[in-house]
Design a protein around this ligand. Structure first.
Ligand code: HEM
Length: 452
């Protein structure tokens, strides 16, 4: 192991000569790349990839330091920098004073009291989904990823914007095109010029333009109704009006809305998709979910108070997000040099905290690849460090929508489990696809049956 001045160590890692091989692996299989690096080199790795050196940390203390204790020294890093071309300066990608100001505008609409008021809307949307799925009982398979994406967009539309996003059916595809390009740029470390008229690039530009048109329409609809609902959309419109340059205000508003729609729908849809996949593979878990849903909900639609009674459902969702954290990687860039866990991080370094590998670090998780919701039994005390599990991130950039996401996931899983059993098409292979969120590649076809 090398040391530098002041006795700080440089993290171990592959030789620079292997940089091209790791770059190719990053394009081929990013999750495997991160797992291999952690297994071979330990909790801190210096990873040469293409022309870059990535500093990859995989210990809860390291995550705490970078995301929380010394978060002021870190900006968002690779991947998100690429997504910025589409998302602009929305909450996910903005920094400094602009981020602080925007977070203050948006946050009050996400307080748990406000989210509790949305329980009825979420339950109603989940009810519509269950009814739709019931229509497929005994029929051809349904793409569950597609269904969950439609559901989460519908919920976002109603909870944040008080509108029916069903009318904008292209939103999901547009976000897919945006992510496709952002991940391509990440996988090639931006070595392919963005002005080249490649089909992916053209699709990206078209998608970005369409998303802007959609959010402009949402704003116009709301302005025409001239009601102040004090929801996210109203708050953002008021804040945009305060901007001295109206064009800047309008662009902020667009960026913020596109960001919220992306950050809010993909993550929750991914959680739901992985949950339905895993409970199909674990009939004993499915049975317990069914029993809990029947016992807690009976024949009724869930209300906010049910959330804490759906205890096992929450344990299952937590365990799903451990194995398949929707935000599988948290990229950062160090502003000044730093020391992380005794290792030197130079100024400007690309730093990676990877919930996917952190949540499977065998030092903190027994049989890390086994799906076992009991790990999250709130009555069992554990000495696991808090930062060993960070599906919603940590520190100041902690997910603003976590309450909304959790309530939605719990209601949807409970309502589906009460009525239905979903079964994956037997020959279909499920492969995780680490984009901005951790998706199921190519969708998830499942057949629908009545719960027994
Ligand atoms: C299960 C569902 C969800 C998961 C697992 C999740 C996860 C995360 C994570 C890990 C971050 C931190 C990213 C980073 O530090 O780089 C984040 C940030 C964010 N999330 Fe979520 N999220 C979920 C649902 C939602 C929902 C429903 C919304 C909104 C409608 C939302 C909006 C955001 C926003 C705006 C940020 C950026 C916050 C900031 O930097 O100030 N998320 N989310």
């Amino acid at each position: 192991m090398t040391t530098i001045d002041r006795g700080l160590r440089v993290p171990p890692g592959p030789p620079k000569a292997a940089a091209l091989r790791w770059l190719m692996e990053m394009g081929r299989d990013r999750l495997r790349m991160m797992r291999t690096a952690a297994e071979r080199y330990g909790d801190a790795v210096r990873l040469p990839v293409g022309h870059k050196e990535l500093y990859f940390f995989n210990h809860p203390d390291h995550a705490k330091h970078v995301l929380s204790d010394n978060s002021a020294n870190y900006h968002k890093g690779i991947g998100l920098v690429h997504a910025r071309r589409a998302l602009g300066d929305g909450l996910l990608t903005s920094e400094g004073d602009l981020w602080r100001k925007q977070r203050k505008v948006v946050q009050p609409a996400f307080q748990s009291k406000r989210i509790a008021e949305q329980a009825g809307v979420i339950a109603e949307e989940a009810g519509k989904l269950v009814a739709r799925l019931q229509g497929h009982v005994g029929r051809d398979p349904v793409d569950i990823v597609h269904e969950m994406t439609g559901l989460t967009l519908g919920v976002l539309g109603r909870t944040l914007l008080d509108t029916d996003l069903g009318a904008f059916s292209s939103i999901g595809d547009n976000f897919a095109a945006v992510q496709d390009q952002a991940m391509f740029e990440l996988a090639t470390l931006s070595t392919v010029p963005t002005w080249l008229p490649l089909p992916r690039q053209l699709r990206f530009r078209q998608a970005r333009a369409e998303l802007q048109v959609i959010v402009d329409q949402l704003v116009a609809q709301r302005s025409a109704r001239s009601v102040d609902r004090d929801d996210v959309l109203s708050r953002l419109i008021v804040s945009a009006r305060d901007e001295s340059d109206p064009r800047v205000g309008q662009q902020r508003l667009r960026d913020e809305l596109v960001t919220l729609l992306l950050a809010g729908h993909e993550t929750t849809a991914s959680t739901l998709g992985w949950t339905l996949y895993l409970i199909d593979r674990h009939p004993e878990v499915r049975q317990r979910l069914h029993e809990e849903a029947v016992e807690v909900l009976g024949d009724r639609t869930p209300v906010y108070e049910d959330l804490r009674r759906l205890r096992y459902t929450a344990m299952v969702v937590d365990e799903v997000m451990r194995l398949f954290p929707p935000v599988w990687i948290l990229p950062r860039q160090a502003l000044a040099e730093d020391e992380v866990g005794g290792y030197h991080v130079p100024a400007g370094a690309d730093v990676l905290i990877c919930p996917f590998t952190l949540h499977r670090n065998p030092r903190f998780w027994e049989s890390p690849d086994t799906f076992d919701p009991e790990r999250f039994d709130p009555d069992v005390t554990t000495d696991r460090p808090r930062y060993a599990y960070i599906p919603f991130g940590a520190g100041p950039r902690f997910c603003v929508g976590n309450n909304l996401g959790m309530m939605e996931a719990a209601f949807v899983i409970a309502m589906i489990s009460r009525e239905l059993r979903l079964a994956k098409v037997p020959q279909y292979e499920v492969v995780p696809e680490p984009m901005l969120s951790l998706r199921v590649r190519g969708g998830l076809p499942m057949t629908i049956h009545r719960a027994s």
